[in-house]
Ligand binder design. Structure first.
Ligand code: SF4
Length: 483
């Protein structure tokens, strides 16, 4: 008898199935959405993707709507198997269900054993993504030169306007209409969401995701290297393909995407300076974060080396962009509210940086990112928020805290023109909250940060007693009010 393959909500692409006749189980549980307020558009995307997959699979699929996953599994007559779930909680649950077979992970290029062997070898210092990326490229023969070497890291991008054609539009269908009605009903029954509802913007099927990937490889990849790190109020996408939710829902398999990008370089369709950062995102960062999640101990999520214990203010938690005057923060918070997505630079330098400067609790911020971003998962947020963004892990993931001031934001964005604040000013009515916040962060954490050469130099440059006291007093007064 066939075992029934249970496809979790992040295992919805064709690469999570082998046998065209194998029966499939899909499960929707309202309780899962009730646990913590999720962005409304993220909830919509997950339900839409599950229901579209059930329709695609036709008679093979059994879609159950139950209060809990355990209740659903109890209704299935035949033995059930599932690919390695994406979180520790889900894996613990899967292993606790009698008779449920847990298969190895899919949807990733590297494997746990190889990563653990690499990490154990380099364990004396922090684990660096660049070192792992070089290792993974050699291991998988990606972007390897004829001499067998791998190219050095790329140079930073330069900002300039770009106007590639819009990606293929998402057309909502009856399934989306039904999802919207269900979510309205759930909200009326007390299930809480954050963010605004809106037309579905992200792929819910493999076909939609593949169309977006093909479009990206053709039209945006050639410019990706130049625009990957910059921010613009006029163009939130720039050269980004916004494919992260498609990879994290399992609609796209990363390995063929990496190979296709490499092929674009080999055929001359895109320069190596554009292909390399895209490959770095998938084979470097994505794989690194996934493997770190399983390599680090479960208590990593609670790391708080900078002793940051301030609660996140309500205006931020509830995505109240209208309460904010700071142009960059208002724009990025509005993007999260309206689209449940921004690219990595606003996440790190505008959102994460603001929380870091003010000492917000890292675990609370990680949870917020996970719930509010359409691609948010436990395994991504652990290393990116606790490690990189909030530096709560004593540098086990990255080399330095992502603390920057307004001048740094001004250098890589067009936000400061037209902002009521001045990026160079740390004091006074025009003081940029990021510049005052940066200095206050340095002064408050001086003992912990002196080992970082960049921050130590910044401290020396700015550490004049009268100025320091004035900045600390100003930032304390600003407290948790929206800037
Ligand atoms: Fe942001 Fe400061 Fe620039 Fe305003 S001046 S946009 S608050 S960095």
């Amino acid at each position: 008898m066939h075992r029934r393959r249970w496809l979790l909500a992040d295992q919805l692409g064709p690469h999570f199935l082998d046998d065209p006749d194998q029966p499939v189980l899909l499960v929707e549980t309202r309780e899962w959405f009730r646990q913590r307020p999720m962005h409304r558009q993220k909830a919509h995307l997950i339900l839409s993707a599950l229901r579209h997959r059930a329709v695609e699979l036709g008679d093979r699929a059994l879609l159950l709507r139950t209060a809990t996953f355990r209740e659903a599994l109890a209704q299935v007559a035949e033995p059930v198997e599932v690919c390695h779930p994406p979180s520790r909680a889900a894996l613990r649950f899967a292993r606790s269900v009698p008779g449920l077979t847990v298969l190895p992970p899919r949807g990733f290029i590297t494997d746990h054993a190889d990563f653990a062997a690499w990490a154990d070898r380099t364990r004396r210092g922090p684990l660096r993504m660049n070192d792992f990326y070089r290792h993974a490229r050699r291991q998988h023969g990606v972007l390897v030169t004829s001499s067998g070497g791998v190219a050095p890291p790329r140079r930073p991008a330069a900002a300039a306007p770009t106007a590639p054609p819009a990606p293929p539009a998402i057309v909502e269908d009856d399934i989306d209409a039904e999802v919207r009605l269900d979510l309205d009903r759930w909200a009326a029954d007390g299930v809480r969401f954050v963010g605004r509802d809106g037309p579905r913007r992200y792929p819910a099927t493999h076909a939609e995701a593949q169309a977006r990937l093909t479009h990206f490889l053709t039209h945006r990849l050639p410019e990706y290297g130049r625009y990957a790190d910059v921010m613009s109020a006029d163009d939130p996408l720039l050269a980004h393909g916004v494919l992260s939710s498609s990879f994290n829902l399992g609609l796209l398999d990363p390995e063929p995407a990496v190979r296709a990008a490499e092929q674009a370089w080999r055929t001359g369709a895109a320069p190596r300076t554009a292909v390399e950062p895209f490959v770095r995102g998938l084979l470097g960062w994505r794989e690194f974060l996934w493997q770190l999640y399983w390599y680090f101990e479960p208590r990593f999520r609670g790391a708080n080396w900078l002793a940051a214990n301030e609660p996140m203010p309500e205006w931020f938690a509830e995505l109240d962009a209208d309460a904010v005057e700071a142009h960059c923060l208002a724009d990025v918070l509005a993007a999260v509210r309206d689209r449940a997505w921004t690219h990595h630079t606003p996440r790190l330098l505008v959102l994460g940086n603001y929380g870091l400067q003010r000492g917000w609790r890292p675990a609370e911020l990680a949870d917020w990112f996970q719930r509010c971003f359409v691609d948010g998962t436990d395994w991504v947020m652990n290393a990116t928020v606790i490690g990189m963004s909030q530096y709560a892990d004593l540098g086990r993931v990255d080399t330095r805290p992502y603390a920057v001031d307004g001048a740094d934001i001004d250098e890589i964005s067009d936000y400061c023109t037209g902002c009521r604040y001045s990026p160079e000013r740390a004091l006074g009515d025009l003081a940029c909250p990021y510049t005052g916040g940066f200095e206050s962060f340095l002064y408050r954490n001086r003992e912990r940060l002196v080992a970082d050469p960049r921050l130590a130099a910044e401290l020396t440059r700015r550490d004049e007693p009268e100025h320091r006291e004035a900045v600390l007093a100003q930032e304390e007064k600003r407290g948790s009010t929206a800037p």
